[in-house]
Design a protein around this ligand. Structure first.
Ligand code: SAH
Length: 229
């Protein structure tokens, strides 16, 4: 992996050991399921997902599902990462808030697709590992903090986009308040009896529009405006 010193975006080694697996992931899991945003496809074609999991799981990094990242948490399925990123309609100019940094894979993709990313992780050991990865890849437009992301990030608000990577009991008002006019949020919300729906919330003319993108399965948002620990 080389870093292009003049740019914020890293230059990855496209010929790494996992290049074939990554190509297959893009065609069989992403394009075949109708993800069509060229920027999302291009970025996910390049980001080495295997660098975000433990050595023992590297060979599974491009398979069609979530994987353990330790502490009872998971890196989301590649298709879900693509869907959530595409749902945010990123042009490259946006300030984004992400809750649930986890291993940092989704964060890195957001940082390449948007202008600035603020990300919060509750579990210190995961956050510190993710921060090491951001440094390794030379991304300078990511600010990360450890803490309760269910409170949002008031000092840095408003955000053009918000991505919640863990399931909330309902849409916390505080996130809507931190979304700018015309802003878009993607959030998994519990619908009862163990089911969750992925929602796109758009704030426009001081109204809030909700679209249901379908069933999903995320770990829980644990915190003041989420579930109890
Ligand atoms: N996009 C991440 C998803 C990780 S799973 C990845 O691909 O790795 C969701 C993450 O949300 C977990 O790491 C979990 O610790 C974190 N989380 C749960 N509640 C949180 C909260 N209140 N604030 C910040 N992070 C939270």
């Amino acid at each position: 992996m080389l870093i292009n010193a003049n740019k914020m975006t890293p230059v990855f080694d496209d010929n790494d050991t996992y290049a074939v697996a990554r190509k297959r992931m893009i065609s069989e899991q992403i394009i075949s399921r109708h993800i069509s945003d060229k920027r999302v496809i291009d970025i996910m074609s390049r980001v080495p997902r295997h660098e975000f999991v433990d050595d023992a799981l590297k060979d599974q990094a491009y398979t069609d599902g979530p994987l353990s990242i330790g502490e009872g948490q998971t890196i989301s399925q590649p298709f879900i990462v693509a869907l959530m990123t595409e749902t945010l309609l990123l042009s490259g100019a946006e300030k984004v808030l992400e809750i649930g940094t986890g291993c940092g894979y989704q964060t890195l993709i957001l940082a390449m697709a948007a202008r600035q990313v603020y990300t919060i992780e509750r579990i210190k050991s995961l956050g510190l590992k993710a921060r090491t990865r951001f440094k390794k890849f030379g991304l300078k437009n990511i600010v990360m903090r450890i803490g309760d992301g269910s409170l949002g990030w008031a000092e840095a608000a408003p955000f053009d986009r918000i991505l919640i990577a863990c399931a909330a009991p309902q849409v916390p008002d505080i996130f809507v308040k931190q979304l700018s006019e015309g802003g878009i949020m993607v959030i998994p919300v519990s619908t009862g009896s163990g089911h969750q729906d992925l929602l796109r919330i758009t704030r426009k003319n001081n109204s809030v529009f909700t679209e249901n993108l379908g069933a999903c399965h995320f770990v829980k948002l644990v915190g003041r405006h989420g579930y109890q620990a």
